[in-house]
Design a protein around this ligand. Structure first.
Ligand code: ADP
Ligand code: MG
Length: 309
């Protein structure tokens, strides 16, 4: 998944449990990654405009949620954003600012309305040639859910699964039963926190424009795309942390809120992920938290101020 993944087990359990959970993560990645030629997602994209492709239950589940979030957001979040994401190639050494013409072409090959899922036949079909699925906003969350499920199925009671900042906590944490999770300060060195979350068994997912980016001509370009302009989204939010299960929905909601910004992101959360909690961090150091986190989040960096939800 092109990131650092760790699993920490407390109490019982050992190497074999971690191996089993990691094997599941690799299996999920091998199905969902648009960067792997042999993945199911790549097969669906290769067959765009010609034929529906059979997919596993994993891929169908993530495609179904992704399509729902695409519809809810009317395409601000769009799992057919693959051509645009590949064009910018942010996070790879080939990253560059594309020409207007290239961007227009990539945008023309984007549109969730042309993705047809048939749960009955277990197929996915992209209606136009050149279209490409990108589940990058959801895959780590899904893999984290699955890793935690494997661990729980093997009798593990307490564990922390961390797939590149996509966290699932199992059971009670090591500090008075709570898990303490730092919310990274956007743009600061790793481990500098805006504040600390104190949570039970749940999932904590952060999306931020500081995560993957490149610089060109004195400007910074990050990896979350505005499907209206074809450029990185500029919503005023530097990072969004979502707290709640399943992690795949928290992952999607985090990316989506980053795209929408504080105002629309708040409304989206209420409709798309009701009951989930959130920490929104703006570029100008304001922090919005849902009422459910009033006792579960403390600011640790005084340069940030708490604003009302
Ligand atoms: P990360 O943990 O890597 O920061 P996110 O969950 O924030 O991942 O999702 C970012 C990824 O989502 C991008 O790398 C890309 O694959 C995909 N993506 C980018 N823009 C959009 C968009 N507008 N809609 C849906 N997916 C997107
Ligand atoms: Mg995401």
């Amino acid at each position: 998944m092109d990131t650092v993944c760790t699993m920490t087990l407390y109490g019982a359990g050992g190497e074999a449990d971690v191996d089993a959970a990691f094997a599941r993560v690799r299996e999920v990645d091998a199905r969902l990654s648009m960067w792997q030629e042999a993945s199911e997602v790549s097969a669906v994209s290769r067959a765009a405009g010609s034929a529906p492709v059979q997919v596993s239950a994993d891929t169908m589940a993530v495609l179904t949620l992704g399509l729902e979030l695409s519809r809810i957001s009317r395409g601000a979040f769009d799992i057919t954003v693959g051509p645009l994401v590949k064009l910018w190639a942010i996070g790879s050494p080939r990253a560059r600012v594309p020409s207007r013409e290239e961007i227009s072409r990539a945008l023309a090959a984007t549109g969730y309305g042309d993705l047809a899922l048939s749960p009955a036949n277990k197929t996915a079909y992209l209606a136009r040639k050149g279209m490409q699925i990108d589940l990058g906003a959801l895959a780590k969350g899904y893999a984290a859910d699955e890793a935690a499920r494997v661990l729980a199925g093997r009798g593990i009671k307490r564990a922390l699964v961390n797939l590149g900042g996509n966290i699932v906590t199992l059971g009670s944490g090591p500090g008075r039963g709570r898990w303490k999770i730092g919310v990274q300060a956007p743009g600061k060195s790793r481990g500098s926190h805006v504040g600390i979350l104190s949570v039970g068994a749940t999932s904590v997912v952060t999306s931020g424009e500081y995560e993957r980016y490149f610089e060109s001509g004195g400007r910074r370009y990050h990896h979350i795309m505005d499907t209206a302009t074809g450029y990185p989204a500029e919503s005023g939010l530097a990072a969004v942390t979502i707290v709640g299960l399943p992690s795949v929905l928290a992952d999607g909601a985090a990316t989506l809120a980053c795209i929408l910004g504080a105002e629309a992101g708040r409304k989206m959360l209420e409709s798309a992920a009701p009951g989930m909690n959130a920490v929104f961090v703006t570029g100008d150091h304001r922090v919005f938290i849902t009422p459910g986190l009033r006792r579960g989040f403390t600011i640790s960096d005084p340069s940030y101020t708490l604003a009302g939800w």
